[in-house]
Write a protein that binds this ligand. Structure first.
Ligand code: DGY
Length: 320
């Protein structure tokens, strides 16, 4: 039996490519770039499956044009808003994601953002690099102390819970909103809020960990920010589209929101130019899961799903 033909849509870490080459006839584009539209269809010619990233958009149009031999698309991501699952189902294409293995790395990034934003790391770094630091002062660059404050987590899935774990160690009081309340052993000492609005009302700090869906698009907006306690800190490691950029930027400018820590942006890698001029916005270039261990584990998880499919078994992370 010839090995299945597999497109690697991006240049994944070496160990992932090596394992793929062991078990598949690998098609690897010469350059690492996000192919979309015609370029994506071009890459998908002559393969049985593909290991894709969240930067490859599998829209209904792409599924309509998908070569018939492509039977499975394994995404190297936990998020899957870039894949139209209904269109995939209609076409009979199997879709998987790679959850779990990035929980710690992503929660670490959320914690980094929470601390960096609340301690004004961008302004601090800028001052040092500009040579503007003239010495210690009792009231210089005062930040916001997380200890004893309420952390509101939107989306208490595996990453949200890993963030809660970390923030308990900071002495924070954990509150959350989720589609459904967690079982007692997962909830621990966290306080459940049945609606997002209820959570906004108590969130001195807010960390976003929900999926991006029509219901969560621009969930953080002028109305919901106005519900929050005075001068909160907002952290986003989920998807940029969950935040209304205009509203957040206006709130940062007025001080209504003290600071924001953002790893993801609507329309990334382009971001709203206002963020470049917002000193209280601490910005990262979507590196939530970017450790070698995690990126290897994501690739291995995606390959486990592909292996299962081609061996006639049910892939563990099947979404469609
Ligand atoms: C994910 O896994 O969803 C990350 O955001 C990378 O796309």
């Amino acid at each position: 039996m010839p090995l299945p033909r597999l497109l690697l849509s991006r240049h994944y870490p070496e160990a992932v490519i090596a394992r793929a080459r062991r078990d598949y006839q690998v098609v690897l584009p010469e350059h690492d770039a996000s192919a979309n539209g015609d370029a994506l269809i071009e890459q998908l010619q002559g393969v049985d499956g593909a290991l894709i990233s969240a930067s490859n958009r599998f829209t209904a149009t792409i599924f309509a044009r998908l070569p018939a031999e492509v039977k499975i698309i394994a995404s190297y991501s936990v998020g899957y808003e870039h894949v139209d699952l209904d269109a995939a189902k209609a076409k009979g294409v199997v879709i998987t994601n790679s959850p779990d293995v990035l929980n710690d790395a992503t929660a670490d990034t959320a914690l980094l953002l929470l601390l960096a934003a609340s301690r004004r790391a961008r302004e601090c770094l800028q001052m040092v690099l500009n040579g503007d630091w003239v010495g210690w002062s009792p009231t210089h660059l005062l930040g916001k102390q997380p200890t004893g404050k309420r952390l509101g987590i939107i989306g208490m899935g595996r990453i949200g819970r890993a963030m809660a774990e970390r923030c308990r160690a900071l002495g924070m009081d954990i509150h959350y909103h989720n589609r459904s309340r967690l079982a007692a052993d997962l909830e621990g000492d966290a306080t459940y809020h049945a609606t997002a609005d209820e959570l906004f009302r108590v969130a001195d700090f807010l960390s976003i960990h929900c999926e991006m869906t029509p219901a969560t698009t621009k969930l953080v907006n002028a109305r919901t920010i106005a519900l929050m306690p005075d001068a909160p800190v907002i952290v986003n490691t989920a998807r940029g589209g969950i935040v209304d950029d205009e509203a957040l930027l206006a709130a940062l400018k007025s001080g209504r929101v003290a600071a924001a820590g953002l790893d993801v942006f609507d329309g990334e890698p382009k971001l709203h130019p206002g963020y470049l001029k917002a000193p209280t916005a601490f910005l990262l270039p979507h590196i939530g899961s970017a450790t070698l261990d995690t990126r290897n584990a994501m690739g291995f998880r995606a390959l486990d799903n592909l292996d299962a499919y081609f061996a006639g078994r049910e892939p563990g992370d099947r979404l469609a």
